[in-house]
Design a protein around this ligand. Structure first.
Ligand code: GUN
Length: 282
């Protein structure tokens, strides 16, 4: 058996076209959705990510502001910038790129962002809203994974979903979103005694650990949907996920590739969140 591919680039193109149309409609009513991206320091991966976020804004007709600050920026100065952006009527979404330099308390900075502009969905108010099923911004990566499941018409009710990883930005919100769609959810992590015994029972596996080959063919139930959130480099320096793609694709029913899977969906959902933040002003 060879799994069908869930193409994150194709789905992103489709969703971004919808976003572009809604941005155009909003502009006609006098509102241009605006995203502020704040980068502190010169982390190489972060520079690529923020460039892609700004480019996605340009492509969908949104306004964007990229603030670059030196790694020596103080926490106080960053909190002041966040406060200014909270009060900037032209900005509907604020994203402070992580990681921040070690002398800055990242959680404190995230909590300083107005929940109404927290398009990353990292604020505790956003996390609480997701947990209780109240309206609020969902973190973009797990939100993108849900859109990928939706795109194949997958019914989660009654299914067993296994999430590998328990981070605040992917694993935990992913589990809550799957639960909201009535899946039975198991969260596995570094303390899980027998990961394979869990994943073999899964109709859906989401791998979000940040380590190569966390999920191999012998750990997957035939026909399962496999979503790979990982972004790693293999020995040849090539981008790869957490899943052994070549092996698992022979067992799974559906699989997301890396690159071209979850990655583009994350930025697409950031555009959706920013647009929806602006639409709330109507
Ligand atoms: N660093 C890596 N991914 C992300 C993300 O989605 N948002 C922010 N703010 N920082 C990140």
């Amino acid at each position: 058996m060879t799994a069908k591919i869930i193409d994150g680039n194709a789905l992103s193109r489709l969703l971004r076209a919808e976003v572009t149309a809604r941005v155009t409609a909003l502009k006609a009513r006098g509102i241009t959705p605006g995203l502020a991206v704040v980068l502190v320091g010169d982390n190489a991966a972060s520079q690529v990510y923020v460039r892609n976020k700004v480019k996605a804004c340009e492509d969908t007709g949104m306004h964007s502001v990229l603030e670059r600050w030196p790694a020596t920026m103080t926490e106080e100065a960053l909190l002041e910038r966040v406060a200014a952006l909270n009060n900037d009527a032209g900005i509907h979404g604020i994203l402070v790129q992580l990681p921040l330099p070690a002398h800055i308390d990242a959680q404190k900075v995230i909590e300083a962002i107005s929940p109404a502009k927290d398009v990353d969905g990292f604020h505790i108010a956003s996390a609480g809203a997701l947990m209780t099923g109240m309206p609020g911004f969902w973190p973009c990566t797990p939100y993108g994974c849900m859109k990928m499941l939706e795109s194949i018409g997958y019914e989660l009710k009654g299914k067993h979903a296994v999430v590998i990883g328990r981070s605040n930005i992917v694993g935990k919100p992913m589990a809550l979103m799957l639960l909201q769609q009535n899946a039975t959810v198991t969260i596995c992590h570094s303390g899980t005694a027998n990961l394979k015994a869990m994943t073999l029972q899964a109709d859906v596996v989401v791998a979000a650990v940040g380590k190569r080959n966390v999920l191999t063919a012998d750990m997957v139930k035939p026909g399962a949907v496999v979503i790979d959130v990982g972004m790693n480099r293999n020995d040849e320096g090539k981008l790869c996920g957490d899943v052994d793609f070549d092996g698992v694709k022979e067992v799974a029913g559906w699989i997301t590739p890396v690159p071209g899977g979850v990655g583009p969906m994350t930025i697409t959902m950031l555009m959706v969140n920013t647009l929806e933040s602006a639409e709330r002003l109507l």
